[in-house]
Design a protein around this ligand. Structure first.
Ligand code: FES
Ligand SMILES: [Fe+2]
Length: 383
């Protein structure tokens, strides 16, 4: 699914309707899964995730005809597509001898283990044993299976209690398919607790690290709100980024063309994911797949709006699709640099935490206190 066929439908489960300019109003819509009382004595950097949310485990296009192994919070999971193309997710551990099913093959709607060829159905039940004797019955062993959704180009998996899955929705990424947005993507693979990554993303005062690669400058925290499901920090900032001419993107590579102007910078932690907007032209998401207490994977997605080119709306859809496809990932090189620089800092933070777990450095950004409180509330559920 390349997702380029929709014209103007930008609303999605968990995400509000688009405003008239094609932008997405950043109002939190993701409900809180039931939470236990916070565990104040548990170190933040060792908190589990709240399993009762939808996590991103892969891009839809990563999953072809072969099984794909992923890990979400210590759980090895194998993904594959059935004959209808729907995504199936089951435990990546054959009940027979515990080898990885992801080493096997897809047989119709089932996954077949590489070792003895036992097959398992999408609901995890044992469906076939090649050498079953006439008097023998199929073993009753079963794999755990997971609820999955393919939405906005990604595979979302719910690792918690299945009965709670409908109480929350995956964070919508409506720009993925919207023809008015050009997307760029990169991945984050960092040997650090997810809290370090979220704090980094919410702390706009770390722009010092990125120098000229960052499109905003001089942020001042001007508003902060938080509840049990989200934290929203509003910064008054400046930016040189404005895509209103066909050559505007050259600002990214030629600093002499840059001119700062005021822009609102909003960052949101919609547990467990993150998004940000810079004025009307810029949307960025970080979709998380925490692997363990010391390993986090994520997808970083940036979208540029073409809303300042109203004449584009009058061009044939085929041309608009071609335009979107042609410029997809054109900003990935900038994202990769930002990620490289951030990962270096995050892994140093994790290593320093491991060496000095009781040390508390001074923190001057109030946003991070709110972020830590939210992680504590939600993370306590995973304990
Ligand atoms: S180990 Fe999987 S079929 Fe034997
Ligand atoms: Fe950064």
């Amino acid at each position: 699914m390349d997702g380029l066929d929709r014209e103007a439908t930008v609303s999605a489960p968990g995400q509000p309707e688009a405003a008239g300019n094609g932008q997405v109003s950043p109002v939190p819509q993701v409900a809180l899964a039931p939470a236990k009382a916070p565990a104040p004595n548990l170190p933040l950097r060792q908190l589990a995730i709240n399993l009762n949310h939808w996590y991103v485990v892969a891009q839809g296009k990563e999953l072809g005809t072969q099984p794909l192994a992923v890990t979400l919070w210590h759980q090895p999971i194998v993904l594959y597509r059935d004959r209808a193309g729907s995504v199936v997710a089951v435990e990546d551990r054959c009940p027979h001898r515990q080898v990885k099913l992801s080493e096997g093959t897809v047989e119709g709607d089932n996954i077949a283990c590489a070792y003895h060829g036992w097959q398992f159905a999408p609901d995890g039940s044992c469906a076939h044993v090649p050498y079953l004797e006439p008097q023998q019955k199929l073993p009753t062993c079963a794999l755990r299976y997971y609820l999955v959704k393919e939405q906005d180009g990604f595979i979302w998996l719910f690792p918690g209690e299945a009965a709670l899955a409908e109480q929350v929705a995956p964070l919508g990424v409506p720009e993925w398919e919207h023809l008015n947005f050009i997307g760029s993507l990169t991945t984050i693979d960092v040997q650090a607790h997810y809290s370090f990554l979220i704090e980094n993303l919410m702390d706009m005062y770390h722009g010092h690290l990125h120098g000229g690669a960052q499109v905003w400058a001089n942020p001042v925290l001007a508003g902060l709100e938080a509840d049990d499901t989200h934290v929203h920090a509003h910064y008054d900032a400046e930016s040189y980024y404005r895509i209103d001419k066909i050559w505007s993107a050259t600002q990214l590579i030629i600093p002499a063309l840059r001119q700062l102007h005021p822009e609102p910078l909003d960052v949101y932690y919609y547990y467990p994911h993150w998004m940000s907007t810079l004025g009307d032209d810029f949307v960025i998401y970080c979709l998380l797949c925490p692997v363990s207490e010391t390993h986090t994977r994520a997808y970083l997605l940036h979208f540029t709006s073409l809303g300042r080119f109203p004449q584009l709306r009058k061009t044939p859809l085929a041309i608009r699709r071609f335009f979107k496809r042609s410029f997809t990932n054109s900003a990935s090189f900038v994202l990769r640099r930002l990620v490289r620089e951030d990962v270096l800092m995050l892994e140093q933070e994790q290593q320093a935490y491991a060496a000095h777990p009781t040390y508390r450095g001074p923190e001057l950004n109030r946003t991070l206190t709110a972020v830590q409180q939210l992680i504590r509330r939600q993370g306590a559920v995973g304990e």
